[in-house]
Structures are given as structure tokens and as C-alpha cells.
Design a protein around this ligand. Structure first.
Ligand SMILES: C[S@@+](CC[C@H](N)C(=O)[O-])C[C@H]1O[C@@H](n2cnc3c(N)ncnc32)[C@H](O)[C@@H]1O
Length: 314
């Protein structure tokens, strides 16, 4: 196992990971928008699908959703705390018998035969965390798919504005009184982040050119000191992701950028919309349509979404 995989493994296996990830949609509006987009895509693309592989399935947001629809799902993840949380939630939903939980790394899918699953999916960037193996990971995920593939990876164009906006997450806080540590950190560090900020064209250009957030050498040193640094992640350009999928034989590739519309709206208005059930429903429907427009797909909040069909064997 190389350094980057070991860094990911330690980071995602911190004990509180499962609990925190399971609460994201109660905490941040960008997560609501992103997960709603993926849910709509999944539920409208289930024709001819009986078996599913969910790579980097986390606490089961989508594996459980599909198991509840009667599908047989392999829930695959690097993190034991995530799998434990997913198992607990699957039991509550009465779908334990339809989910196989596997702890493993996306960098090694050799245990699975070609075309083992009707649908292969991997959402909210597990592929990006396999850097420097992200292209091989996509090719392996395509190899496992019989009919369809749906993925979301970190978006380069979407993430670059963070380098000019250290308080970007504040825009999406749903409840300022939440006990969530991240919410409280965003609020308490806001002024200091603004004070300490300075724009650097060199830094932003480097990230624009490499797609890499984080410094692998620094992360290696922190890992060796016994810390759990954030894994290095690779951010894709839209045309790059499309080309990789097509090179691997995926047809009819369509991209989207969940969050592209929501990021134009200030926090006070977003909170108002999301707290009104009828407006929230209409808003999420509109976001899905707007964010699916190919002209804005690169500007999703964090993720670049892609779906495509696998060629018939004959
Ligand atoms: C942000 S969560 C997304 C979870 C889920 N797919 C969702 O959309 O709600 C990313 C997940 O990827 C998993 N992950 C990260 N690197 C991985 C790797 N190399 N192999 C397998 N899983 C990985 C993490 O443990 C985590 O559960």
C-alpha cells in the first residue's frame, strides 16, 4: 500500500467519521443540494438494474436508498467507522439482508470479475482520494459495470474559488446554533480567516494546473509523526473526466455540477428556502435542472457528476 492510500486509510478511519458524515445534510445546505441531485439521478436511472457496487459508500446515504428499492448492493469503503454507521442505519431501515458490507480500498478491486454489477456508483469524491491512481480507479470501476456507471469526483473549476474564499463554507450553514464542531469552527474563525487571507495568483495557478489540493510531502511528514492529515485529492476538469470515461468505453456520458446554482445565493436566503418545505422542493428541482446544464457543470460546489452507459458485450 503506498503513502497516499495509507494517509487516506488513517484519515477516514478516525472514530468519529461515521457519525459526522451521517449528519452532513442536517448541517450544511451544499450537502443537501448535492445529495438531492444524486438521489434524483439514481432514482430515475434504475431501469434494468438489479445489482449495485457502491465504491466509497460512506455511511450508506445511497447504498441504503437503493437497498430500500429492492436492489442488492455491495457497500465498499476504506473506513470501518463509516461501515459500522452504515450497518446501524441499514438495520434501522430493515435492509441489512440486501447489503453486503466490504472494507477495502478502491485502489484494489482485483477481487471482482468484469461486469459483476449492473450499476457501479461512487459519490462525493472517493475516486479523487485515490490520487495518484484516480485514472486506474475509474477504469477499474468501469470494468466492474455491466450496464451503467454514475460517479462524482472533486471538481477543479468548482474548487478553485475556495482559494480566494476561506469562508466559503459559512454560506451553507443551515443552523448557526448547531453543536457540530465544523459549524462552530466556521463561525468562530470567520474574522480571523478574513484577516489572515491574502490572494496568491501563484498558488491558485499551481492548483489550476495540477488539480491537487494539499501537499503530499507535507502530508507524508505529518503521517510519519502519527497524525491523520487530510488525504491529497485530485480535482478533475470536465473534459478530462469525460475523456477518461469514453476512453474506457463508456457511452452517452453526461456531466453535471451539483451546487452551481446554490453557490450564487447568500446564506440568509438559502436558509429561508430550505426551511420552507414547498420552496425547498421547488428549489431542489430547479437546482437539478440548472446544475445539469453542460455550460455550468464545472462550477458545481464540490463535485463533478458523471453518468454513462456501458457498451453491450456483443
Ligand atoms: C465524503 S464520503 C462520501 C460517502 C458516500 N459515497 C456519499 O456520497 O454519501 C467519502 C467516502 O469515501 C471513502 N473513501 C475514501 N478513500 C477511499 C478509498 N481509497 N477506497 C475506498 N473508500 C474510500 C471514505 O471512507 C468515505 O466514506
Amino acid at each position: 500500500m503506498d503513502y497516499s492510500t495509507r494517509i487516506s486509510e488513517r484519515m477516514w478511519n478516525q472514530p468519529d467519521k461515521g457519525e459526522l458524515e451521517a449528519e452532513r445534510e442536517n448541517t450544511f445546505i451544499d450537502d443537501i443540494v448535492q445529495k438531492a441531485h444524486i438521489e434524483k439521478e439514481l432514482l430515475s436511472n434504475l431501469d434494468c438494474i438489479g445489482t449495485v457496487f457502491d465504491g466509497g459508500a460512506g455511511c450508506g446515504r445511497f447504498s441504503i436508498l437503493l437497498a430500500k428499492r429492492g436492489l442488492k448492493v455491495t457497500h465498499f469503503d476504506i473506513s470501518r467507522p463509516m461501515i459500522d454507521k452504515a450497518r446501524e442505519l441499514a438495520e434501522k431501515e430493515g435492509v441489512l439482508d440486501r447489503i453486503t458490507f466490504v472494507q477495502g480500498v478502491l485502489e484494489d478491486l482485483s477481487a471482482y470479475e468484469d461486469r459483476s454489477f449492473d450499476l457501479v456508483m461512487s459519490f462525493d469524491s472517493p475516486i479523487s482520494y485515490t490520487y495518484p491512481h484516480q485514472e486506474k480507479t475509474i477504469s477499474e470501476l468501469v470494468r466492474l459495470a455491466r450496464k451503467r456507471i454514475m460517479i462524482s469526483v472533486s471538481s477543479r473549476l468548482g474548487a478553485l474559488p475556495y482559494l480566494a474564499n476561506p469562508i466559503q463554507k459559512n454560506q451553507f450553514i443551515l443552523d448557526k446554533d448547531s453543536k457540530d464542531g465544523w459549524v462552530q469552527w466556521c463561525l468562530s474563525s470567520r474574522e480571523q480567516m478574513i484577516e489572515a487571507f491574502s490572494f496568491s495568483k501563484d498558488t491558485i495557478m499551481k492548483t489550476y494546473e495540477t488539480g491537487l489540493f494539499g501537499d503530499l510531502e507535507e502530508s507524508k511528514k505529518a503521517y510519519d509523526r502519527g497524525e491523520a492529515p487530510w488525504s491529497i485529492s485530485y480535482h478533475f476538469m470536465p473534459d478530462e473526466l469525460k475523456a477518461i470515461l469514453e476512453k474506457n468505453g463508456v457511452k452517452n456520458v453526461e456531466l453535471a455540477g451539483p451546487g452551481a446554482f446554490a453557490r450564487t445565493i447568500p446564506n440568509e436566503i438559502l436558509v429561508k428556502i430550505v426551511n420552507n418545505s414547498e420552496q425547498r422542493k421547488q428549489f431542489l428541482e430547479f437546482c437539478h435542472m440548472y446544475d445539469s446544464n453542460p455550460y455550468v457543470c464545472g462550477m458545481g460546489k464540490d463535485n463533478l457528476f458523471a453518468k454513462g452507459e456501458i457498451e453491450d458485450e456483443n
